[in-house]
Design a protein around this ligand. Structure first.
Ligand SMILES: [Zn+2]
Length: 226
């Protein structure tokens, strides 16, 4: 059986094969390389591609634009929870065993837009609390400071740091990942205030404060944003 792939032509020297989060095989190849040649490379790497695809399919899927409904499942701090909508006087979320309980005023119960907006808003609030606590903790022990911390929906990064502006940005979707991995992302971005690169020195700083950082970093890879 041949492998289906998406072909991208570029100016680079080599043929490059990547597997996207949804399992799509993307081949980027220089313009001068023929399709026959590309197919030969694919055939040679077939085993590796199949393996990478199956690994991808075992990932825990984080849906980023879920319609918030009773019984729907969602990852919260790395664990799959069932959404339970509770009519209430207040609005907010709390965890009860395997449920993520969403309190909503009666008049909004059938308003899907309201449910979506306010559920994600409540998640963002929870994440802000978590991030702020870790940020303050590491800034203190490392004797550093930042001017701003922001949250943004991002597809391919967990965070970014602009050391010159002392500005740190975190991915809003981090709330779906395990707490220990969120802590790693915080330390990672804070450490960029010392080293604005991914050098060995940079990772030495991280290791000093978090000896098991690799384990926490790898846990992020168990999930896939879709
Ligand atoms: Zn980095």
């Amino acid at each position: 059986m041949s492998i289906e792939y998406v072909l991208k032509r570029n100016a680079k020297k080599n043929i490059n094969i990547t597997i996207k989060d949804d399992g799509t095989v993307v081949v980027s190849a220089p313009k001068r390389v023929s399709i026959a040649e590309i197919n030969r490379v694919i055939e040679r790497k077939k085993e590796w591609i199949e393996k990478a695809k199956s690994k991808q399919s075992q990932k825990k899927i984080i849906h980023t634009d879920l319609d918030i409904r009773d019984g729907e499942k969602i990852y919260f701090l790395g664990e799959l929870k069932t959404i339970k909508i509770i009519p209430s006087k207040a609005t907010g979320i709390f965890i009860e065993n395997d449920d993520i309980c969403f309190e909503v005023k009666e008049k909004y119960l059938n308003n899907q837009d309201y449910l979506n907006t306010h559920f994600y808003y409540a998640l963002k609030e929870k994440l802000t609390l978590i991030l702020t606590e870790y940020m303050n903790m590491y800034l203190k022990v490392m004797n550093l400071d930042v001017n701003t911390m922001k949250l943004r929906n991002m597809r391919s990064r967990f965070g970014t740091c602009m050391p010159t502006k002392k500005e740190i940005l975190f991915n809003t979707y981090l709330i779906h990942y395990p707490l220990e991995s969120i802590e790693y992302v915080v330390l990672h971005e804070v450490s960029h205030l010392i080293h604005a690169n991914h050098s060995a020195k940079f990772y030495n700083v991280i290791a000093k404060y978090m000896p098991d950082w690799k384990f926490r970093k790898n846990k992020l890879k168990e999930y896939s944003l879709q």
